[in-house]
Design a protein around this ligand. Structure first.
Ligand code: GLN
Length: 447
């Protein structure tokens, strides 16, 4: 597959031919189910779009039954910025319903396969975007990351996935899951393409009050030769499996060979991250999902009165995982439990943020696992708790609002990819991309 950098040099006629070929290739491989719909909006370079990002006049459903029939009346800001830069939305990609999950199995449209082996999950929730890029069926894609949903599927599918600093990319037009954690980001074949796409979608937006209104760009200054101080977390890696530990050792060695200084740091036990995240995310999700009542959006099941319509619509329209989270979110926000759970989670969030800040006083980047292992097989995560626990390495980055990038490091004996993430200070995307480029060069994953 040509890279984004190369595709940006194609003329209109070449792009048109390319898109026809791409569509045929996607249609020839329906079992993968990375795309749920091959729509095209414009004559620019095709970029696959997660089904929770508004593209004007497209059905946009967050892969939920409750949003069947909804047509987006406007473009998300990222889509406007993409279009101005000569890129066009091409294809809706599969995802976990309302971005809740780590395997893409909770989609209304059925599961997506891992492009490396159909028995394995592609990760989630942006599993469709990751599988599309990993299978050579997209030049690049957009995903969203609330607790790892760009980086973890990137790792499982052997591609690059980047979560920007909270506030760097406008959330206007992104179907909200947990508003204080959500960020849209690039999913690409390599680090340079991620930088290019990040530059295009990031920047000021009056329509998002949490937008940082910063317009500095990374691509013109990309420099893999910068020598950095990079922290590793020996106490943190203990819960990862041997494949991940081996990839971690390989990456540390590559960073040393590339001339970076490695220092050891400790982080708070990651089990606290899980509790703080699942309380915060479900509390915000409960509030955000209250708008799906059958009156304003999508599917309606008409009841005997208004309340009955709400109940029937929501009971019928949301899947099990979404309902579980609505219940949990209501519980942690309810009187009597609010202080015990929600407030405590916010305090823990601050401690996590402070911990990162302390480490970043001394280093430029942190090297961390993104998941405890490579992609599991379908059905391997037996219950929701197993799935939540598999998020241990991804969610603290969202709780602290930091930028992070996952890139492929190795494959295990089954041929499944293993990625690791680099994490940077808030708003220091330049250092993140420079470091990632240096690691990518030294690791030579695809060669
Ligand atoms: N797996 C996490 C969750 O289910 C993260 C999801 C995401 O980043 N959207 O909440």
């Amino acid at each position: 597959m040509i890279t984004l950098k190369e595709a940006l040099k194609l003329n209109k006629a070449e792009l048109e031919n390319f898109k026809e070929d791409l569509k045929a290739k996607i249609e020839a491989n329906p079992e993968l189910n990375a795309y749920i719909d091959i729509k095209n909006a414009g004559d620019g370079v095709p970029i696959a779009i997660k089904d929770n990002i508004q593209v004007k006049s497209w059905p946009v459903t967050s892969c939920s039954s409750i949003l069947q029939g909804y047509i987006a009346p406007y473009n998300a800001t990222v889509i406007e910025k993409m279009t101005e830069a000569g890129l066009s939305p091409f294809g809706r990609t599969n995802m976990d319903e309302f971005a809740m999950g780590s395997t893409t199995e909770s989609s209304f449209y059925g599961k997506t396969q891992n492009p490396h082996n159909a028995d394995y999950v592609p990760g989630g929730s942006s599993g469709g975007s990751a599988a599309a890029v990993g299978a050579g069926l997209a030049i690049a894609a957009l995903g969203s990351d609330t607790g790892g949903s760009i980086r973890q599927p990137a790792s499982f599918c052997g591609i690059v996935g980047m979560k920007p600093t909270y506030g760097r990319v406008s959330r206007y037009g992104l179907g909200a899951y947990a508003s204080s954690l959500d960020q849209i980001g690039p999913m690409t074949q390599n680090v340079e393409d991620a930088a290019i796409l990040y530059d295009i979608i990031s920047g000021s937006d009056e329509k998002d009050s949490t937008n940082a209104k910063m317009d500095d760009k990374v691509t013109p200054n990309l420099n893999p030769e910068r020598k950095m101080k990079i922290a590793i977390l020996p106490n943190y890696i203990k819960d990862a499996n041997q494949d991940v530990k081996d990839a971690y050792a390989k990456a540390i060695n590559a960073l040393k060979v590339a001339g970076h200084e490695i220092v050891e740091k400790d982080m708070l036990d990651a089990k606290f991250d899980i509790s703080a995240y699942y309380i915060t995310a479900t509390a915000e999700a409960t509030t955000n999902l209250a708008r799906y009542d059958g009156i304003r959006y999508g599917n309606r099941v008409t009841g005997s009165n208004l309340e009955d319509t709400f109940i029937k619509t929501r009971s019928n329209g949301f899947g099990d995982e979404v309902k579980r989270r609505i219940l949990l979110g209501n519980f942690v926000l309810s009187s009597g439990y609010y202080e015990a759970y929600y407030v405590k989670a916010q305090k823990t969030r601050h401690i996590i943020k402070d911990e990162y800040a302390k480490i970043f006083k001394e280093v430029d980047l942190i090297l961390s696992p993104i998941a405890p292992g490579s992609a599991p097989k379908f059905g391997e995560l037996k219950n929701p708790m197993d799935m939540y626990l598999s998020d241990i390495y991804s969610i603290s980055v969202n709780l602290a609002g930091l930028p992070a990038l996952c890139l492929p490091i190795d494959t295990n004996t089954n041929g499944m990819p293993i990625g690791l993430q680099l994490i940077a200070k808030a708003y220091d995307e330049q250092t993140l991309f420079d470091g990632a480029l240096s690691l990518e060069k030294e690791i030579n994953y695809n060669k």
